[in-house]
Design a protein around this ligand. Structure first.
Ligand SMILES: [Zn+2]
Ligand SMILES: [Zn+2]
Length: 268
């Protein structure tokens, strides 16, 4: 039986002989249903029409995308430390050439995901690399559409992964919204991989914070304060956002402070 994938958000669902009646992720007010209605595909079909793309971002960090773009244009990041490789966020396609390439780099030891818009086909990725753990914040458990024994539903505010990597729960866009702090990134100045929990915006000098990006629903002041408090103990100079090229190369900590200040001024 196939595992259907929603073509709008790229989420893979549990095994079923016919497509699910609806996509709960797209019906949520943080996503949307296209005017043409709900459509489904499968990984087999996606493999015929699209392929994975790779891009070097900085030493130890490789971007993984899909061409042509699919779903919401998800881009994952392969983070390499001296002893293990971690997949940050996920993409709905996992072609065999990419799996071989990653195995050639030492494989993967874990997957960590910022929020449900990036869950995609995380279970397939875990299987391909030997049933590795998938770290998801427990507060978003209701949004897991394909449950699996490899999901580590973590609780609390931080999860230390070792090698200078820490998952930080920020909430905001999703109750379990998480960013990853990479202490050794940016030549030791520190990096945040932020998904769209802290969204890098067009000028790449500012960020924003929204409950819903497609529907332009903002977050309140207390949610912004909570995000700032969560990341404050961590030093970072660079932020990689949710999509290709959405990177603040330097002075990112100051960019977050400045952006939060103007955001709070706008909503108050
Ligand atoms: Zn969907
Ligand atoms: Zn999102």
């Amino acid at each position: 039986m196939p595992y259907f994938i929603c073509t709008t958000c790229g989420t893979q669902f549990a095994e079923s002989d016919s497509p699910p009646l609806a996509c709960a992720i797209c019906q949520d007010e943080r996503q949307y249903l296209k005017p043409s209605g709900q459509q489904w595909t499968t990984h087999d079909r996606l493999q015929k029409s699209n392929r994975n793309s790779l891009r070097h971002e900085e030493p130890g960090l490789i971007g993984i995308g899909i061409e042509p773009a699919f779903g919401i244009g998800q881009r994952a990041l392969l983070l390499r430390t001296p002893t293990s490789n971690i997949l940050w966020d996920c993409v709905p396609l996992r072609d065999e050439a990419l799996v071989q390439a990653i195995r050639g780099m030492g494989g993967l030891s874990a997957i960590a995901i910022s929020h449900p818009h990036y869950y995609s086909n995380m279970v397939d990725w875990s299987r391909a690399f030997g049933d590795i753990p998938i770290h998801l914040h427990a507060a978003d458990a209701q949004w897991v559409m394909r449950t699996d024994r490899n999901i580590n539903s973590w609780t609390g505010e931080t999860l230390v992964l070792g090698n200078g990597l820490t998952l930080i729960r920020c909430s905001g866009h999703f109750e379990g919204g998480t960013v990853l702090h990479w202490q050794d990134g940016a030549a030791g100045r520190g990096v945040l991989l932020s998904g769209d929990i802290i969204q890098v915006v067009a000028d790449r000098r500012h960020v924003s914070f929204m409950y819903s990006y497609p529907n332009h629903i903002p977050l309140g002041a207390s949610a912004i304060e909570r995000i700032l408090t969560a990341v404050r103990p961590f030093a970072y100079d660079r932020i990689y956002g949710a999509f290709w090229d959405m990177t603040i190369q330097a002075d990112a900590q100051e960019a977050v402070r400045r952006s939060a200040e103007r955001y709070l001024a706008a909503i108050r």
